[in-house]
Design a protein around this ligand. Structure first.
Ligand SMILES: [Zn+2]
Length: 78
């Protein structure tokens, strides 16, 4: 079953996201793509789940975390 989408839309809010080609390299940071290869001991054994989130939804999502995300400087951008 193919559940991956060609057009990138935020899974949470459904907003259509510009692709890297449309925005150039800087556009990559405005969305995140998460691919989760569920392992043998999970209930989703063998499934790969893919999530696309826009930056707004990412911010809302991480605010719900009990433990904040680890943030470090990207030294290659400095
Ligand atoms: Zn969103």
């Amino acid at each position: 079953m193919n559940i991956f989408y060609n057009e990138k839309k935020c899974n949470k809010c459904g907003k259509r996201l510009k692709t890297e080609q449309q925005m150039g390299k800087t556009g990559e940071s405005s969305m995140i793509t998460i691919e989760i290869p569920w392992g043998y001991f999970s209930e989703k054994d063998g499934e790969i789940h893919k999530i696309v989130l826009c930056e707004d939804c990412y911010d809302i999502w991480i605010r719900s975390f009990q433990i904040p995300v680890e943030i470090r400087e990207d030294v290659e951008l400095l």
